[in-house]
Design a protein around this ligand. Structure first.
Ligand SMILES: Nc1ncnc2c1ncn2[C@@H]1O[C@H](COP(=O)(O)OP(=O)(O)O)[C@@H](O)[C@H]1O
Ligand SMILES: [Mg+2]
Length: 310
């Protein structure tokens, strides 16, 4: 049996459904929960693939997963990319790839750890910030949000310069970005599995709910969203991710697509989309598990790029 390891948090619906689906396929691949309690530096990893749903909240898991990559496991998602991503990089990357992105500016942090002295430690920073220049580039209203955020924490709509300064002053040690607010007429959230399978779902951000409505996109807009999603996922190398598009004047702006542990709960996805997710996750895990693998060459650091060619 080839083994796939699963690392999960408190989610209850996806793990058993996924384990059962892979078992049912009868492909010589078996999923089990990874069991960890301290990792020696030369410890072998006997998983062909590890699916990581929670290392953003458990740093030791992330450390173990980087070790697992070095030992030849394919980790979904690549822990090196996950550690490095942020929403400003995402916006720049999208723009370079020809995917519409809201204008974005990375801001210096408002506060620092106690050892940082503003005059001595921050000689590379210009103060005060030129708020008028920032606003004239981005426009108003704008969104101020955590460059590393998730789960809607620390996302503020700022309608005036005073709003912006007030929320920035409350941002503490977070690294914030200011971003053009997309006044959308339609909002789409996609799940992406294995970099190619894309499920664009109608999403209501106000209710934070998916809406099952299969004809919600005109064909050309749907195609552009699927193409843009594939472009972004290939560039990032993420094998499971969700992407959010805010559609304004018919143009889908990619506003949030660095979600390497996307929500896969049956209640938020609805049973219909949940079933799609379980099927595609099983396809992806089995495909990667059966791909030939050796311990990666590490001399030139290519292993940092994550999975190798199948
Ligand atoms: N540039 C934007 N334009 C319009 N709405 C936005 C923008 N950025 C974020 N939002 C709204 O705020 C929500 C949360 O922001 P998001 O970047 O998705 O953060 P998180 O990673 O916490 O989900 C989005 O789902 C969207 O409704
Ligand atoms: Mg989001």
């Amino acid at each position: 049996m080839i083994k796939v390891g699963l690392i999960v948090g408190r989610e209850w619906s996806f793990p058993p459904a996924f384990i059962e689906e892979v078992a049912k396929r009868d492909q010589g691949v078996q999923v089990e929960f990874v069991s960890l309690g301290g990792t020696a530096m030369d410890e072998p990893v006997d998983y062909a693939v590890i699916i990581d749903r929670i290392s953003h909240e458990v740093p030791y898991y992330r450390t173990y997963l980087k070790h697992a990559v070095l030992q030849g496991a394919t980790v979904v998602n690549n822990p090196f990319m996950w550690t490095a991503d942020d929403k400003h990089f995402g916006a720049s990357l999208a723009t370079r790839l020809g995917v519409a992105s809201p204008k974005t500016i990375a801001l210096p942090n408002r506060e620092y750890i106690p050892g940082i002295n503003h005059d001595e430690s921050l000689r590379n920073l210009r103060y005060p910030l030129d708020w008028d220049a920032i606003i004239s580039y981005i426009g108003l209203p704008l969104i101020l949000k955590d460059a590393h955020g998730g789960g809607w924490r620390d996302v503020y709509v700022c309608r005036t310069k005073d709003d912006l300064i007030e929320h920035y002053n409350g941002s503490g040690q977070l690294q914030m970005i200011a971003q053009e607010f997309i006044e959308w007429e339609h909002f789409v959230r996609c799940l992406s599995i294995g970099q190619t399978e894309i499920l664009p779902m109608k999403y209501d951000p106000r209710e934070r709910k998916y809406v099952v409505e299969h004809e919600h996109l005109p064909a050309d807009l749907g195609k552009r969203i699927v193409d843009d999603s594939r472009t972004l996922m290939r560039a990032l190398g993420y094998d499971m991710c969700s992407l959010e598009f805010a559609v304004r004047d018919g143009i889908p702006y990619a506003i949030d697509f660095m979600n390497p542990a996307p929500d896969m709960d049956i209640n938020s996805l609805t049973p219909h989309y949940f079933e799609w997710t379980v099927q595609k996750m099983a396809d992806m895990a089995i495909g990667l598990a059966k791909a030939k693998r050796d311990k990666p060459e590490v001399k030139h650091g290519e292993f940092l790029l994550g999975r190798r060619e199948r």
